[in-house]
Ligand binder design. Structure first.
Ligand code: ANZ
Ligand code: ZN
Length: 818
C-alpha cells in the first residue's frame, strides 16, 4: 500500500471543495457567525512566501471555528488598482486590466492549490465597475458631509512615479513604493478630513487594547500624535495681524527670546521686510529641495534667515526678532514657534548658530544652557518669569500662565495632533476616478448618483506614461462634459483616488458582494461585522488600518453601520526571511514558494510555516525543514491506514490511557489554537501521533476503539494546518467528506484528571519552563515541546541547539551553540 501522495490528494480535494461548495458562507445559515478576514492581496504576479505564512495563519482559525459549529465567512478578493499594472501597461503597450486580470487568474490558481478554506463566491476586484461605482458613491457621501474637500498647498511628490503621496506613504523621506526621495510640489488636491476623527481614533483604541498588537496601537497613537499645550498670540510690530504659535510649554513663555516661522509657510512671505526679502527667497528655494524628515532630524544643522521684523512677547512686552528656519514645519501647529533656547535643544542649537539670546527661566540646578549648550527640560524653580517666580513644577506654572493669557485674550489651552488630512488625489490612471465635475459657474459639482460609475476611458500604453498630470487630463472627450447642475461646458476631475480608498471598505463589501443598490447591505453587515479576526502585515499600521478605522466611523455617522471599530482582533504575522536576512533579489536568498510546494506538497509547507514559531515571529527558512514536516505527515497518514477498529465503535470500551492522552490533547489543542499558539498546538499533535503509533505497535493495538478515537482527532487537528492529508485520513477512517464539516470534539472532563508529570526544561543549566506532560512522553516530543515554549525560545535568543540531554519524563536540558 502506498503512503500519502500529496499531488494526487491536492487535485482531488480541490475539486471536491469547489463542487461541494464546502467553504461558501450562507446568509441564511442560522448558526452564530464568525468573520475571518485576511488582508486582500495585490495581484502582483503569484503567491509568495509572505502570503504562504499569513494565509496559513488565518486559515487555522477559520477552520477550527467551522468545526466548532460557527457559520464562518472567510472571503477573498483583490486590491486590483495600482501602479504596477499601469507601469506594465506602458511597457507592453496595452491596457492595465490585461495584466491585472491575468495575474489574478494565476494567483487564484495558487490560492486554490494552497488549500485555504476561502469562500470564492464572494470574490471582489476593486477595479471592477461594480466595485468602484460604490467607491465613488462613498466619496460623494464624504463630500456632502464636508469630509472630502480640495485645498492647495505643498504636497509630497514622488519624482519617479510622478504622483503625489499621502504623508503615510512617505517612509523616512522616501516613496513607500519606489524608494525615491520625496520632494514638495504646490498643488490643489483632494483630502479626506480624517483629522476630524483624530480624538476618536485615539479614544477608541481602548476597545482594541489587548486584542490588537501593542506595537500597532503604539504606532497609531504616535502617528496621530496628540499634544496638549496652548495657543499664544504675539503682536507683530508694524502689522495688524498677530502670529499665533502652538507650544507644549507655555510655562516657558518668559524665556522666549525669538520666533521662528517655517520658510514655506505663507506667513513668512507675508511678513518678510523688503530688505530681507532677496536673501529669504534664495533660502526658500534651498529649503524646498529638502524633505520634512531631514528638516526635523536632530543631526541636521538648523539653518535660517532673519525676516527683519519683530514680535512682542505678550507676557512681558519684550520685543523679539522673527526668523525663518527650516526646523519649523509649515504643516504642524501654526507653522510658527516661539523659541525658548534655554529649555528646547532645537531652539538652543539655532540660537547658538546665529548668536541669538538665551535666557534661562527654570533653574534645575544644572549648568546654564547658554554656557553648556545643553537645554534643560526638567522641573525646577521658575526665575525671570514674573508671576511664575517661586513656582517649582510645570503643571502649576502652565495652569497659571494659561489663566493669565486667557484673561488677557492672548492665548488659550489647546490640543493639537500630528495627524494631517488624508491626501487622496493621484495623478495616475489605474485607479478610481474622482466623481466630480468642475463647472466654471457652479464650482465642484458631484456626478449624480444615478450616473455612477464614472468609468475610466480606454487608454493604454504610451498614453499612460507619467507626465506629472493625470493621463486622464489628455482624454479630452472623456473629460469634457456638461455641468450636471447648469448644463454649461464643464470638465471632469482628472485625478484618481489613492488605492487605499478602495481598501478602506472592501471588508464590508464581502458581506453582500453582488449588491447593486449600495456599497453593501447594512443588514448583512450587521449580521457579519465587525470582523472577528483580521490577519495581515504590520506594514499597514498607519495606513490601511488607520484609514479603515476612519472609514468605519464615517460610515457609522452616515447611519450605514452600527459599530465603531471594524476589526475586533488583529494578528500581524511575522516575515519569512532566509539566512537571517529579508529575502531579496540582490542577496539571491529568495525562496520560491512554487518550488517548495512542488518538492514537499502544500501540507508540508503549510505545516512548516506555522510550526516555525509563534505567528508574530519572523521565520528563517534556513532553520526549518519542510522535509521533516512531510515525514511527519506520512507518519500521521499511516496511523489512519492502520486503524482496524470499526467506524462507530464506542471509544469508552477502549484503552483508558490512550483515551486520557487523546482527551488531554483535545483540551490543550483547543486552548492553544484559540489563544493563537499554533506552533505549540502542532507540537502537541506530534506528541499524540507518536504515542498513538506506540499504542498500535506495542500497546492495545490498531483494533482498540481508543486508538481510532485518537486517530480521528489527529486528522481533525491536522486539518487546521495540513488540510489535504487530513481529508485523506478522514476518508480512510470512513468519515463523511469533508472533514471541514466534522464536529470538533470536546474533552471529557473525567478523562482529564491528572495523569501527568511535571517536566522541567533547562537552558544552559537554568530552569526556564515547567511543562505538564504524559509520563510516557517520547524523547522527540519532549524536546519539541520544550523548544516550542516561549520562555525557552527567549532564553535561546535565536541561538541554535548544540545538544539536548533528557531524563524523561522529568527533565529536558538544552545546551545552546554560540
Ligand atoms: C516653546 C517650547 C519650549 C517648546 C520648550 C518646547 C519646549 P510636540 O510635542 O511634538 O507637539 N513646535 C510647534 N510647532 C512646530 C512646528 N510647526 N515645527 C517645529 N516645531 C514646532 O511639539 C510641540 C513643540 O514643538 C512646541 O512647544 C514648539 O516648541 C514646537 F521648552 O514651544 B515648544
Ligand atoms: Zn454649472
Amino acid at each position: 500500500r502506498g503512503g500519502y501522495d500529496a499531488a494526487a490528494a491536492e487535485a482531488k480535494w480541490q475539486r471536491f471543495w469547489a463542487e461541494d461548495r464546502t467553504f461558501v458562507a450562507r446568509d441564511d445559515d442560522p448558526r452564530e457567525r464568525r468573520y475571518m478576514l485576511d488582508m486582500f492581496p495585490y495581484p502582483s504576479g503569484d503567491l509568495h512566501m509572505g502570503h504562504a505564512e499569513a494565509y496559513a495563519m488565518g486559515d487555522v482559525l477559520a477552520r477550527i471555528w467551522r468545526m466548532q459549529g460557527y457559520n464562518v465567512m472567510h472571503p477573498i478578493g483583490w486590491d486590483a488598482f495600482g501602479l504596477p499594472a499601469e507601469n506594465a501597461a506602458i511597457r507592453n503597450d496595452e491596457h492595465p486590466s490585461r495584466w491585472t486580470y491575468e495575474n489574478i487568474e494565476t494567483q487564484k490558481k495558487s490560492f486554490k492549490r494552497y488549500g485555504l478554506s476561502l469562500d470564492w463566491s464572494r470574490e471582489i476586484h476593486t477595479c471592477d465597475e461594480e466595485y468602484y461605482r460604490w467607491t465613488q458613491w462613498l466619496f460623494l457621501q464624504f463630500f456632502r458631509k464636508g469630509l472630502a474637500y480640495r485645498k492647495d498647498g505643498y504636497v509630497n511628490w514622488c519624482p519617479t512615479d510622478q504622483t503625489v503621496l499621502a504623508n503615510e506613504q512617505v517612509k523616512e523621506g522616501l516613496c513607500e513604493r519606489c524608494g525615491s526621495v520625496v520632494t514638495k510640489r504646490e498643488l490643489t488636491q483632494w483630502y479626506f478630513r480624517i483629522t476630524d476623527y483624530a480624538q476618536e481614533l485615539l479614544d477608541d483604541m481602548g476597545q482594541l487594547e489587548g486584542t490588537w498588537p501593542d506595537r500597532v496601537l503604539a504606532m497609531q497613537r504616535n502617528w496621530i500624535g496628540r499634544s496638549e499645550g496652548a495657543w499664544v498670540t504675539f503682536a507683530v510690530e508694524g502689522r495688524d495681524e498677530p502670529i499665533t504659535v502652538f507650544t507644549t510649554r507655555p510655562d516657558t513663555l518668559h524665556g522666549a527670546s525669538f520666533m521662528v516661522v517655517a520658510p514655506d509657510a505663507p506667513l513668512a512671505e507675508e511678513i518678510v521686510s523688503d530688505e530681507c526679502r532677496p536673501a529669504f527667497e534664495e533660502y526658500l528655494e534651498r529649503v524646498k529641495r529638502t524633505n520634512d524628515i531631514e528638516r526635523q532630524s536632530t543631526e541636521h544643522v538648523k539653518t535660517g534667515v532673519p525676516l527683519g521684523v519683530t514680535a512682542v512677547n505678550p507676557v512681558n512686552g519684550e520685543s523679539i526678532p522673527i526668523w525663518a528656519g527650516d526646523y519649523v514645519l509649515s504643516e504642524y501647529g501654526s507653522g510658527a514657534i516661539m523659541a525658548v533656547p534655554a529649555h528646547d535643544q532645537r531652539d538652543l542649537d539655532f540660537a547658538r548658530t546665529y548668536g541669538l539670546p538665551v535666557r534661562m527661566v527654570i533653574d534645575t540646578g544644572e549648568p546654564d544652557p547658554a554656557v553648556s549648550g545643553i537645554a534643560t527640560t526638567g522641573d525646577g524653580a521658575y526665575v525671570n518669569s514674573g508671576s511664575l517666580d517661586g513656582l517649582s513644577d510645570k503643571a502649576s506654572a502652565a495652569r497659571r500662565i494659561i489663566a493669565e493669557l486667557e484673561a488677557a485674550g492672548t492665548g488659550e489651552a489647546t490640543v493639537t495632533y500630528r495627524l494631517r488630512d488624508w491626501l487622496l488625489s493621484r495623478q495616475r490612471f489605474w485607479g478610481c476616478p474622482i466623481p466630480i465635475i468642475r463647472c466654471p459657474a457652479c464650482g465642484d459639482v458631484p456626478v449624480p448618483e444615478d450616473r455612477l460609475p464614472v468609468r475610466l476611458p480606454d487608454l493604454r500604453g504610451e498614453a499612460l506614461a507619467p507626465r506629472g498630470v493625470s493621463p486622464l487630463a489628455a482624454a479630452t472627450e472623456w473629460k469634457q462634459v456638461a455641468c450636471p447642475r447648469c448644463g454649461a461646458d464643464a470638465e471632469r476631475d482628472t485625478d484618481t483616488m489613492d488605492t487605499f480608498v478602495d481598501s478602506s471598505w472592501y471588508f464590508f463589501r464581502y458581506c453582500s458582494p453582488q449588491d447593486d443598490e449600495g456599497p453593501f447591505d447594512p443588514a448583512q453587515v450587521r449580521l457579519w461585522s465587525p470582523v472577528d479576526q483580521y490577519v495581515g502585515g504590520v506594514e499597514h499600521a498607519t495606513m490601511h488600518l488607520l484609514y479603515s478605522r476612519f472609514f468605519t466611523k464615517v460610515l457609522r455617522d452616515l447611519g450605514l453601520v452600527d459599530f465603531d471599530e471594524p476589526f475586533t482582533r488583529l494578528l500581524n504575522q511575522g516575515q519569512v526571511i532566509n539566512e537571517g536576512k529579508a529575502m531579496s533579489k540582490s542577496l539571491g536568498n529568495g525562496v520560491d514558494l512554487g518550488a517548495q510546494l512542488d518538492a514537499y506538497g502544500v501540507d508540508a509547507v503549510r505545516l512548516t510555516v506555522v510550526f516555525a514559531g509563534p505567528p508574530a515571529d519572523d521565520i528563517d527558512w534556513a532553520d526549518v525543514s519542510p522535509a521533516s514536516s512531510l515525514r511527519f505527515l506520512q507518519r500521521a497518514h499511516r496511523l489512519a491506514q492502520d486503524v482496524r477498529a470499526p467506524h462507530g465503535a464506542d471509544p469508552a470500551a477502549g484503552d483508558r490511557q490512550r483515551r486520557r492522552a487523546t482527551h488531554r490533547a483535545v483540551a490543550e489543542i483547543t486552548e492553544l489554537v484559540g489563544s493563537g499558539r499554533f506552533n505549540v498546538a502542532i507540537a502537541r499533535i506530534m506528541e499524540l501521533v507518536n504515542t498513538t503509533r506506540k499504542a498500535i505497535d506495542t500497546g492495545p493495538g490498531a483494533a482498540d476503539p481508543a486508538v481510532r478515537e485518537a486517530v480521528e482527532f489527529i486528522a481533525q487537528a491536522l486539518s487546521l494546518f495540513a488540510p489535504y492529508v487530513a481529508e485523506e485520513m478522514w476518508e480512510l477512517l470512513g468519515g463523511a467528506p469533508s472533514i471541514a464539516n466534522s464536529t470538533w470534539p470536546t474533552a471529557d472532563p473525567a478523562l482529564l484528571v491528572a495523569d501527568e508529570v511535571t517536566m522541567v526544561v533547562q537552558v544552559q543549566g537554568k530552569v526556564r519552563a515547567k511543562l505538564q506532560v504524559a509520563p510516557d512522553i517520547a524523547e522527540d516530543d519532549a524536546v519539541a515541546l520544550a523548544l516550542a515554549d516561549p520562555k525557552v525560545r527567549r532564553a535561546l535568543d535565536g541561538r541554535p541547539v548544540a545538544k539536548t540531554i533528557t531524563r524523561l519524563p522529568r527533565m529536558v536540558s538544552i545546551v545552546p551553540g554560540r
